[in-house]
Design a protein around this ligand. Structure first.
Ligand code: ACO
Length: 436
């Protein structure tokens, strides 16, 4: 990446001294400029304090742009609405990874590269046997993806562009296979090998649902819905799991280990675990007449209850993915002939109440993508404990693209945040007998 353009500056003055520091303004191609504070400590002897990194740009990136106030999400400049409507997941993978939509021949070659890597090393089958049968599939996914580095020694050299590319293909291609194996293992069914004549989404549904005893035909509407879920979750700039992948990758760790770290970060209910948590919440509420009581609990700070699927660190107007998801949700329910889905009715009622309640309105809390994706996945027959796994399948391309961009960035350094230390000052060690 070439040095970013700077124009203008912010001057920070240390009160009570004549010291100041000029922070050049690094210009974004779209969105606010950022103040480059790298000289701040040398000039003033202070660091910045930003818990949760909400005000800190940790890297330069050309992959994804979000305007949280306007509800805009762009992958490499293309609006998410256009990609969800007209593109498909494999094309989006090419876009995120290589920066451009592929030409016809490039798409064919890319599809070939992905489909020829869908199988996992046969030894990985045995690796599964080490997990308890009731293990959460995210636990299995995390372990097996990390273990890929023990199987693919020929793509661990992060300084070799060809090895980086092969690792990217392997991760994108194998993650649905591993996810489906984790699911099959948890329900005691035999693993289903991938089929390279199917699209990415079709093959994933096939590996999840097929059994050797009978023929399984993938429903094209459900495959399209799955493809859309994958497109909508493919990348989201520097969120918690992506930042984890970058931080792990900044040490020179191999890509399989870095993606396993991203999966671990995604698992939390404040991040990718939210779609699972939405269903759990709706189940606990039970029926629409209990919603007002639940909302009162959410508003009570002491209850620590959150309205899952609502709120976002960046989107403070609406989540553009949630809008598309809501439409897809209706399409899927219509296709499956589900007319009265109590969970959906409850979700709609919840949305209606929350959007007119001052607590949520004043805090700019809107439904996020996970509010609807959980309902779609449930209607598709996918069990709740697989929801976050699906998110991980979709996000792998985003993680890999961000990891690759970071490795190729000459400005890349090991990630190492600072702290404000508020613990004990220096004190002398006392022998245990002298401690009273
Ligand atoms: N329910 C109730 N209150 C909420 C919620 C919620 N879902 N989200 C935020 N708030 C409240 C906070 O209590 C806080 O109130 P206060 O100002 O009175 O103290 C205010 O809104 C601001 O919230 P923050 O915690 O500062 O928002 P932050 O940006 O840190 O958190 C987050 C964002 C983690 C997504 C949060 O909204 C949340 O936990 N939501 C529910 C979980 C969820 O759906 N996560 C999925 C995110 S999307 C994704 O990962 C794909």
């Amino acid at each position: 990446m070439s040095e970013p353009t700077t124009s203008g500056s912010v001057t920070i003055t240390l009160d009570g001294t004549n010291k100041s520091s000029s922070a050049p303004l690094v210009q974004a191609s779209v969105g606010p400029a950022v103040a480059d504070i790298r000289k701040l400590y040398a000039d003033l002897g202070v660091f910045t304090f930003d818990p949760g990194f909400g005000m800190t740009a940790a890297c330069e990136s050309k992959i994804t742009y979000i305007d949280g106030d306007q509800g805009i999400l762009l992958y490499r400049g293309y609006p998410i609405e256009q990609l969800a409507e007209r593109s498909d997941f494999v094309e989006v993978c090419h876009l995120l990874l290589h920066g451009e939509l592929p030409t016809g021949p490039e798409l064919k070659e890319f599809q070939h590269n992905i489909t020829t890597h869908t199988m996992v090393h046969e030894q990985i089958r045995h690796f599964f046997q080490g997990f308890r049968r009731d293990a959460h599939p995210m636990a299995i996914l995390c372990g097996v993806v990390g273990a890929l580095s023990a199987f693919y020694h020929d793509s661990l050299d992060i300084n070799d562009p060809r090895q980086r590319e092969v690792a990217a293909f392997r991760l994108i291609a194998k993650i649905p296979t591993i996810a489906a194996m984790a699911y099959k293992y948890s329900i005691g069914q035999p693993f289903v090998y991938p089929r390279n004549d199917l699209s990415y989404a079709e093959n994933f549904l096939y590996m999840l649902n097929a059994v050797p005893a009978e023929e399984y035909k993938v429903n094209p509407i459900l495959a399209r819905a799955m493809d859309r879920i994958l497109v909508l979750h493919a990348d989201h700039e520097q969120n918690a799991s992506t930042s984890t992948v970058r931080l792990a990758g900044s040490t020179g760790a191999n890509p399989y280990a870095c993606i396993a770290a991203g999966i671990a970060a995604l698992w939390g209910p404040a991040h990718g675990g939210a779609n699972e948590a939405v269903l759990k919440m709706l189940g606990e509420i039970g029926s629409p007449e209990n919603i007002p009581d639940f909302i009162s609990k959410v508003k009570d700070k002491n209850s620590h209850v959150k309205l899952m699927g609502f709120g976002h660190r960046v989107y403070k107007n609406f989540d553009p993915r949630a809008k598309i998801m809501k439409e897809t949700c209706h399409e899927v329910l219509a296709e499956l002939g589900i007319k009265d889905e109590p969970l959906l009715d409850m979700a709609m009622e919840m949305e209606r109440i929350a959007l007119s309640d001052d607590y949520f309105v004043s805090r700019k809390l809107y439904p996020n993508v996970d509010f609807y994706s959980g309902i779609i996945l449930k209607a598709m027959g996918i069990p709740t404990h697989m929801f976050t796994v699906l998110f991980a399948v979709a996000r792998t391309v985003g993680w890999v693209s961000q990891w690759k961009e970071m490795i190729e960035d000459p400005a890349q350094r090991i990630g190492r945040p600072r702290q404000v230390y508020t613990g004990a000052t220096t004190r002398d060690y006392k022998d245990v007998a002298a401690r009273g």
